[in-house]
Design a protein around this ligand. Structure first.
Ligand code: HEM
Length: 232
């Protein structure tokens, strides 16, 4: 029996890779505009070929990012409707109970840890934060991209509001990624120094059993009839 099991499909690996690259590009070309007084910001802008190139690079990356989010949302809806996917990312009552259970465990009030399925409550929280945050970034980004077209239909006050929302939500998203996401996915004691599963698609059997026991049991159930029919 292999020491590894499949956790992510090629489609998920590619989507994660694209969102990672585009997010880095957007941060690299967005923050030097926000903090343009800093020496580091000037250095990045000069290295990218000047402010015009930096702004265009940001906008092109933004268009690709918007396309990626649209493809992801559309394909997930189709897959759910066609029953090719289970709604594994949808929060349920169990997630709230798990969060309380884990809080009690971390505070030393209980010895019992929650048992997770395919995604735990932290992963679901982060996923939905990314989806909703992306919708805000895309909507405000396009308002800043086409301010004259937007103000033909909507009040002009929307432009400075969109700029503040885009700028601050971008900073919030960046801080969440470098603290919460990088810590949970790579730096926590269970994953340190690096969890490669989202790049290889595979996870060690031991880690899967420990971190997602309910999903592991479900996978065992699915493979059991095949194994037993081979034994016959
Ligand atoms: C998560 C991804 C993104 C991050 C972190 C980000 C970050 C930023 C930041 C920090 C600024 C500077 C705001 C300021 O001056 O205070 C900015 C400006 C801007 N962003 Fe984004 N952004 C993202 C996505 C997008 C998207 C999806 C679009 C859509 C095309 C977009 C279009 C723009 C535009 C048009 C500006 C104004 C600067 C210009 O005219 O080039 N951004 N962004």
């Amino acid at each position: 029996m292999s020491d590894y099991v499949r956790r992510f499909t090629l489609r998920q690996i590619i989507q994660h890779f694209c969102v990672m690259v585009l997010f880095i590009l957007l941060a690299l070309t967005g923050f030097p505009q926000k903090f343009s007084e800093g020496d580091w910001a000037r250095w990045i802008i000069q290295t990218l070929g000047g402010i015009d190139q930096t702004r265009w690079l940001h906008r092109y990356s933004g268009i690709l990012f918007a396309a990626l989010v649209a493809v992801h949302i559309q394909s997930e809806i189709f897959r759910l409707v066609l029953r090719r996917a289970s709604p594994a990312m949808v929060p349920t009552g169990k997630d709230f109970q798990d969060a309380v259970k884990m809080l009690r465990y971390y505070l030393g009030l209980s010895d019992e840890q929650a048992r997770f399925g395919r995604y735990d409550y932290r992963q679901k929280f982060e996923y939905w934060g990314l989806v909703l945050g992306s919708v805000i970034m895309i909507a405000t980004g396009f308002i800043l991209y086409f301010p004259i077209a937007v103000t033909r239909f909507l009040p002009g006050e929307l432009i400075p509001v969109a700029k503040i929302a885009h700028s601050n939500e971008g900073l919030l998203a960046f801080l969440v990624v470098i603290t919460w996401h990088i810590f949970n996915a790579h730096l926590s004691p269970d994953s340190f120094p690096f969890d490669a599963s989202i790049f290889t698609g595979k996870i060690s059997r031991e880690k899967m059993e420990k971190e997602h026991p309910l999903e592991y049991e479900r996978m065992q159930e699915l493979t059991r009839p095949a194994e037993s029919s081979q034994d016959d």
